[in-house]
Design a protein around this ligand. Structure first.
Ligand code: PLP
Length: 448
């Protein structure tokens, strides 16, 4: 046994997969076996593996300036260029950028910015944050408190009380609707619950509402039509900021530049970016805030004092150079248009499997999807354990494709954005075989 403590893993049963190298949309294990990377690693390797241009950009920056920091206002050209580029790309007006190392720490940064901001404008009581059930925002003490999954709370005494995290409904019609409830009624009910929560807590105590525009890691949940329109109207009514965590949905993943665009979200006040920001060639994240928030931070009348927050690796020059090159390739090669086109093809192809007896729901947008496996197709009865989802995931792996069992029994698909239609066909072909094997397994064990 290696001395590694694996993240979110049953340590008695770690996988024996040792990955050795990657090329394009494929990875290879230490026995030479090839796998189609159906998850772009962990929703992040958007341009695939072994991209020589990105490797060259990293090498060149390593040789030129391997480290510099941003404390005291010191900076470097790649950091300036990346901040300007991001600010011009996001659906926010004149956004300002703080760099971090991961999605989790970028969300922690936002919590601190919010506290600092409301202190600076004389509203220190406005600190609570609303987050949704079944959301994923990271695993640090603060970001795990925003996360709405028991696995990230149990044994850690989370959510951390002092953060004032409030919880509202996951916008998942298939799992959350009441009997006979239409999608419109569902949206009305859960947005009304949100408004009641705000009234009960007191809007003057609530800083922001954080959402993944499309929930990623906990099930790929696409909210129904009209949901965000209602949510944004409620937040505007009570003067609560909108915070889009686009760690998965950013950069072409959902059929547009950002998940906010796909879902019709108007001008978020805060955005969190990571993963595809660098196509996962370097750990780097960005916390973006509106100019209004930024102005309050720098306002001379602000008596709060210096914003005492920053990491050694904030704005790491190699990370900035890698991210800049990634964004340049996205734009030069029209990667988002390609992903929108192939993503639509992927969704259509997945839907051809909808009559399979194990499948309860197929959902997604653009190049992200989930196939939910159920114990009873007619009633949508969920499995009470993860055995079937895990079997299906391993079956895909044996057949040469990486996927991920999420939210118990859903299989996630989030291939590199550069995947082609014939490669999607290959993915679907493997999935079909794996589902048939899983059906036999589930029948034999009387799980269905
Ligand atoms: N936010 C979202 C929406 C995520 O999906 C993730 C990771 O999957 C995070 C935050 C945390 O990012 P990291 O794992 O880089 O800390």
């Amino acid at each position: 046994m290696s001395p590694i403590i694996y993240p979110t893993t049953n340590l008695k049963k770690p996988s024996d997969l040792v990955i050795e190298r990657g090329d394009g949309i494929y990875i290879f294990d230490n026995k030479g076996k090839k796998y189609l990377e159906g998850m772009a690693g962990l929703w992040c390797a958007s341009l695939g593996y072994n991209n020589q241009e990105i490797i060259d950009a990293a090498n060149a920056q390593m040789s030129k300036l391997s480290f510099s920091h941003m404390f005291g206002g010191k900076t470097h050209q790649v950091g300036i260029d990346l901040a300007e580029k991001l600010s011009s790309m996001v659906p926010m007006k004149n956004a300002k950028v703080f760099f971090g190392n991961s999605g989790s720490d970028a969300n922690d940064t936002h919590i601190k910015i919010l506290r600092y901001y409301f202190n600076a404008i004389g509203k220190p009581q406005k600190y609570k944050i609303i987050a949704r059930e079944r959301s994923y925002h990271g695993v640090t003490i603060a970001s795990a408190s925003l996360t709405g999954l028991p696995v990230n709370h149990t044994h850690f005494d989370l959510p951390f009380d002092a953060l004032g995290v409030l919880r509202t409904d996951a916008p998942h019609y298939y799992r959350g609707a009441q009997p006979q409830e239409s999608e419109t009624e569902f949206v009305n009910r859960i947005t009304n619950n949100l408004e009641q929560l705000i009234i009960k807590e007191g809007p003057e105590t609530i800083a922001a509402f954080i959402v993944e525009p499309i929930t990623g890691a906990s099930g790929v949940i696409v909210p129904p039509q009209g949901y965000y329109e209602k949510v944004q109207a409620i937040l505007a009514k009570y003067d609560i900021l909108f915070w889009a965590d686009e760690v998965i949905t950013g950069f072409g993943r959902t059929g547009n530049d950002f998940g906010s665009t796909t879902m019709g979200i108007k001008t978020p006040d805060l955005m969190t970016l990571a993963k595809q920001l660098s196509s996962a060639y370097f750990p780097i994240s960005a916390s973006l805030v509106s100019d209004d928030i930024y102005q309050a931070l720098v306002e001379p009348s602000n008596k709060v004092g210096v914003f005492g927050h920053g990491f050694t690796y904030t704005g790491h020059p190699v990370g900035c150079a890698v991210a800049l090159k990634t964004l340049e390739i996205y734009q030069r090669d029209n990667i988002f248009d390609h992903a929108a086109d192939v993503g639509e093809y992927m969704q259509t192809k997945l839907l051809t499997l909808k009559d399979h007896p194990l499948i309860g729901e197929i959902r997604g947008k653009g190049m992200i999807a989930a196939v939910e496996l159920v114990a009873d197709k007619k009633t949508g009865l969920a499995f009470s354990h993860g055995e079937v989802g895990n079997f299906a995931m391993k079956s895909c792996q044996q057949l040469g494709m990486i996927t991920r069992a999420i939210a118990g029994s859903s299989l996630a698909f989030c291939p590199p954005l550069i995947i082609t239609k014939p490669e999607i066909d290959e993915m679907i072909f493997i999935l079909q075989q794996a589902l048939d094997e899983t059906f036999i397994f589930a029948s034999k064990n009387k799980y269905i």
